[in-house]
Design a protein around this ligand. Structure first.
Ligand code: KG4
Ligand code: ZN
Length: 375
């Protein structure tokens, strides 16, 4: 494995004895690790803006995306770089934590450097560093957290530890048309399915959660049963386009309150596949995918509507990886969705959420630890 920046300073010009930065321009990315499947996003370069906006550098490494972004205090995304490791984990049908940590280690410095470059800025101009503290894979989180501490320490900057789930909600506060609380938010990702009452930015009240699998997990496990690739959600979404969603009457679990359950649905798909036999299941995999997806979409949309009726919250939103699903988006035309590139894990949402969290002053954050599970 290649090291991070052993021949050149990893994030820019060298520091002098006091820790002040001597130069300013960054070295070009590359060198120690290649960026694969890198997706950039840019809403407006820093150059040419009035004055000098406050800049937040965000870092996200909670699962299998290594991401960095530069966001202004006003919520403009100057850059958002995401390097997905999906191809690396596809062979195993899911994320292998040890492989994820090692890859984050290779990618975090080049991804941060690329994010600064695309924002046409340097670390000298960054005002604070935001990083995902949890929930997620602890080994993966620690890579981002350590990198963020190092960058913040070197620049004598404050550090903002961000909860990944608050990050997903804060994806709604970015861009030209941010959503204003109060609103009801469905967070559906690979690890969580939550119904949240968001009454003000940075604070949400949990109204419901999944009793077993998360919605994204149901997509991933369903895709595996259908012999589709990883990550499964996007694959089911693609294959389902050609299928008949009414072909198989998959059940929607009845759970009390505003909670969710997807494990019964997964079992129903398993039985359907077994009953059809391998060849027939393969022949009808678009019908199976469309019907399975339809059941997940029904479960999510009905809970969201029930939550709206119970709370009286009129504005509705969906965030998290599953909010990229085309059938879900089509089923909820009146609901607010983040742009597609901010649905799955990214660092712009982490920088966005950091705007509503008290920053920790230098150097009090050096002892911060990562956490695996949601509180
Ligand atoms: O938010 P996210 O990127 O990571 C977590 O925080 O977990 O969500 C990843 C999840 C995966 O389970 C993936 O299969 C699902 O989001 N996903 C989708 C789609 N794109 C990603 N699910 C359904 N349809 C999609 N188009
Ligand atoms: Zn996520």
């Amino acid at each position: 494995m290649t090291g991070v920046g052993d021949r050149q300073p990893p994030f820019g010009a060298p520091l002098d004895a006091r820790g002040d930065r001597a130069g300013g321009r960054l070295g070009r990315p590359g060198g120690e690790a290649r960026l694969t499947e890198c997706v950039g996003r840019k809403e407006g370069a820093r150059a040419g803006t009035m004055g000098s906006p406050t800049l937040v550098l965000g870092i996200e490494t909670s699962c299998d995306e290594t991401a960095a972004a530069v966001v202004t205090e006003q919520g403009a995304v100057l850059s958002s770089v995401v390097s997905s490791q999906a191809a690396l984990h596809a062979t195993y049908g899911g994320v292998v934590p040890e492989i994820a940590s090692r890859r984050h280690l290779e990618l975090v410095a080049p991804v941060v450097r690329r994010a600064l470059e695309e924002a046409e800025t340097t670390l000298d101009q960054v005002d604070r560093v935001a990083v995902t503290q949890g929930p997620g894979l602890v080994g993966a989180l620690l890579v981002g957290l350590s990198a963020a501490k190092g960058i913040a320490w070197a620049g004598r900057l404050p550090l903002v530890p961000v909860d990944h789930l608050e990050g997903h909600v804060a994806s709604l506060y970015l861009g030209p048309e941010p959503l204003e609380p109060p609103f009801l938010c469905l967070l559906a990702s690979g690890g969580h399915t939550l119904l949240l009452a968001v009454r003000e930015r940075g604070r949400s009240e949990r109204l419901g959660t999944t009793l077993d699998d998360a919605a994204g997990e149901a997509f991933d496990k369903g895709a595996r049963l259908l012999g589709l690739g990883y990550p499964g959600g996007a694959e089911i979404d693609r294959v389902a386009e050609e299928g008949d969603r009414a072909a198989f009457p998959f059940p929607v679990a009845r759970v009390p309150g505003l909670d969710f359950s997807f494990s019964g649905l997964k079992t129903a798909l398993l039985y359907a596949v077994r009953e059809l036999g391998e060849d027939e299941a393969r022949r009808r995999h678009s019908d199976l995918a469309a019907s399975y997806q339809h059941a997940i979409v029904r479960a999510l949309t009905s809970r969201l509507r029930e939550g709206a009726a119970q709370t009286g919250l009129e504005r509705l939103a969906v965030v998290g990886g599953v909010s990229a699903n085309s059938a879900l988006r089509a089923a909820l035309p009146d609901v607010h969705f983040a742009p597609l590139d901010l649905c799955t894990d990214n660092a712009a949402m982490i920088a966005s959420a950091a705007r509503y969290v008290q920053p920790l002053p230098y150097p009090s954050y050096l002892g911060l630890d990562a956490y695996a599970s949601a509180a």
